[in-house]
Design a protein. Structure first.
Length: 383
């Protein structure tokens, strides 16, 4: 089942399939390789033309490369979802969704409505504002007609039952999303932590503010150094500085973001309010809360927030810094449950905001100590 496939085979199959994978890293198992074909296959939408990668592109931090819209367009032109595409990279690190003692942890999507990556991957194919298949059978028929159907049957067995084949499809995609092609850990931040690169003065200052007066690491856990107390590191048993740094607490908060009224969100029926986690759980105490995203490759994934309201990282930091200063921002879309302790009036100067931004720019994968930290990633991405 999970037999190893030689690199040569990967390359040959890639060529057959007509996709150029510029940078083959570690060997993928058959299941992971199948997942990769599925992830990039634009024939699995109805009509053809959209794949998972269309909205979660490697060169765009595995998020939507179209930065002109706050949300993503489906394969049918003019059809839009209601939220910004998050990164599919590092998503594997969110634990299975749980809601215990009134605290939601983990899960996939901004509102946690999919328990894990496998459940998540079953959604987009059938979503009319995404890949728009009328049913699972059309997805499986497209796979049956694909160049990689042999690999599919190796991994999933002969296609007899549509539901079973569809589940196996989702499992393979989830397996690919767990590989180091998506989870590289090759940013400048990682290299500095490993003692192989050095922050600039500004980046170092930004890191201190991120972990200190900016309060960012209270929710975007950054490894637990710098500040002794403050609840970071100890939250949810995340174990402080051990384990990979993901810059998230895996939890849900209402930041008090204003509604985004730009196109195409202005096409929604008047009075539409996105209640986030609250709508999923049917619990008013969770209204307006969204999942704390990881911040890896954050420079590559504008616009920001679940509604794409904020366009630059500077604007994001400015929002945290000044949300509560009268007259600067529109009122929250959801006025209940707004986080009041950890943001709103941080008293940061503009140059301190810039330093926090500079620190976040070090989260981009593919950094090489000699040159600039472009995307696309050199081959040194093994953890
Ligand atoms: C039309 C654009 C589009 C396509 C195509 C698409 N997605 Fe998404 N994806 C989104 C949006 C938008 C969200 C957030 C939706 C929400 O939270 O309500 C999302 C969320 C996700 C997440 C959750 C990440 C997190 O941190 O919560 C993952 C993982 C993901 N998509 C993977 C995939 C896979 C795998 C496919 C192909 C089967 C796919 N997407 C196809 C737009 C797209
Ligand atoms: C109270 C917890 C909390 C604190 C404190 C916090 N964040 Fe966030 N952050 C979140 C949540 C939750 C979201 C998603 C909110 C949404 O979309 O509704 C988010 C979103 C973001 C995003 C956008 C991510 C994306 O993919 O769109 C960035 C960037 C960010 N935060 C950086 C920071 C910085 C920098 C600080 C400190 C100045 C900070 N955060 C403080 C919880 C927090």
């Amino acid at each position: 089942m999970s037999r190893r496939v030689k690199r040569l085979v990967i390359v040959c199959v890639s060529v057959l399939f007509g996709v150029c994978f510029s940078n083959v890293q570690a060997e993928l198992s058959s299941q992971q390789l199948l997942g990769k074909f599925l992830y990039f296959d634009e024939n699995l939408s109805e009509p053809a033309g959209q794949s998972c990668a269309s909205c979660h592109l490697p060169d765009a931090g595995f998020a939507d490369p179209d930065t002109h819209l706050p949300v993503s367009e489906g394969v049918i032109p003019g059809r839009f979802g209601g939220r910004n595409s998050p990164s599919a990279a590092y998503a594997v690190f969110f634990p299975e969704f749980s809601y215990i003692n009134n605290v939601a942890v983990g899960g996939q999507f901004w509102d946690g409505r999919a328990a894990n990556l496998t459940e998540q991957a079953k959604g987009p194919f059938l979503n009319p504002v995404e890949m728009n298949n009328p049913n699972k059978a059309t997805v499986i028929a497209d796979i049956q007609a694909s160049s990689y159907v042999g690999l599919f049957e190796d991994v999933c067995g002969p296609i007899v039952d549509v539901d079973a084949a569809y589940d196996c499809t989702a499992e393979a995609i989830a397996a690919y999303e767990g590989t180091d092609e998506l989870n590289k850990f090759t940013s400048k931040f990682d290299l500095v932590m490993a003692g192989q690169a050095r922050f600039t003065r500004q980046e170092r200052r930004g890191r201190m503010l991120f972990n200190g007066r900016g309060l960012c690491s209270q929710c975007h856990l950054s490894g637990g150094m710098m500040m002794g107390g403050g609840g970071m590191g100890g939250m949810g048993g995340m174990g402080g500085s051990s384990g990979p740094v993901l810059f998230t607490d895996f939890r849900y908060h209402n930041l008090g973001l204003p509604k985004n009224t730009e196109y195409p969100l202005d096409q929604q029926p008047p009075g539409t309010i996105d209640l986030g986690l609250g709508a999923i759980l049917g619990v008013t105490a969770e209204n307006g809360k969204f999942k704390t995203p990881h911040l890896r490759n954050i420079a590559q994934t504008p616009p920001y927030m679940h509604n794409g309201l904020l366009k630059t990282l500077k604007e994001v930091v400015h929002f945290y810094n000044t949300r509560d200063i009268p007259g600067l921002w529109n009122p929250p879309e959801v006025a209940e449950n707004v986080e009041t302790q950890l943001l709103g009036n941080l008293g940061l100067t503009s140059s301190e905001e810039d330093a926090i931004v500079a620190f976040m720019l070090t989260f981009t994968d593919g950094y090489t100590p000699s040159g600039s930290g472009g995307s696309g990633g050199g081959g040194h991405g093994h953890r």
